[in-house]
Write a protein that binds this ligand. Sequence first.
Ligand code: PEP
Length: 248
Amino acid sequence: MRKYIVGNWKMNGTSADLKEIEAIATMSTSYAVSVDSALCIPATLIDRATSRLPEFNLGGQDCHMNVSGAHTGCVSAVMLSDAGATLTLVGHSERRAGQNESDADIRGKATAAQVVGLKVIICVGETLEERDAGQALDIVLGQVEKSVPDNAASDWLSIAYEPVWAIGTGRIPDDSDVAEMHGAIREQLVGRFGADGNNISILYGGSMNGENAAMLLAIPNVDGGLIGGASLTAAKFEPILAAAAKSC
Ligand code: PEP
């Protein structure tokens, strides 16, 4: 499977950063022969960034499950698509925790995005308390089961396993724990969706950077990465793409 490397800019970026988005897009084309890449940027920048970079995959970080209506402050999947986005994240742990999003909400958002033709990355992951209590597998597999829609298919869905305690902390799990979790997610996807479950990309996210990417991307069933901090500049993002290209 081709590696899929996706940056998540979170709530970072104004018009002054359009140049950096352009630099990332230009740099990414050098790896496009073997690596798929994308950048999920603030909704306010999508229209301007996609106008400048129509060939590069730019996405949102969330979407509402409804098309339109009385949802002050929210952005629908139709709006993302209309602005030129080709993908969106849903269910990032910062939204599950900060906005109290449930698995049912995330499933609705994923469906709304798929209906308008966006590719979707559903994020899942356990907290440190859950891992320490030996519940990581149960929690994550439960999130996958409840947040992935029944019509999931590899041509539009990816999963990102992101241990909450690894996001933005510089800590990463042992490679055996990553292998166990990705293997269990794969098994569940194949059990539910048959052979196509083998083609659904399972990304690892949480403090991935240029130094640890080669090791993480070599773990079985790690089909790519979702990267926060190290996606903010082309200089930091490039070594991750280079590691992905080498791992093919
Ligand atoms: C993320 O935001 O999804 C993420 C993985 O962040 P970081 O790479 O900074 O840990």
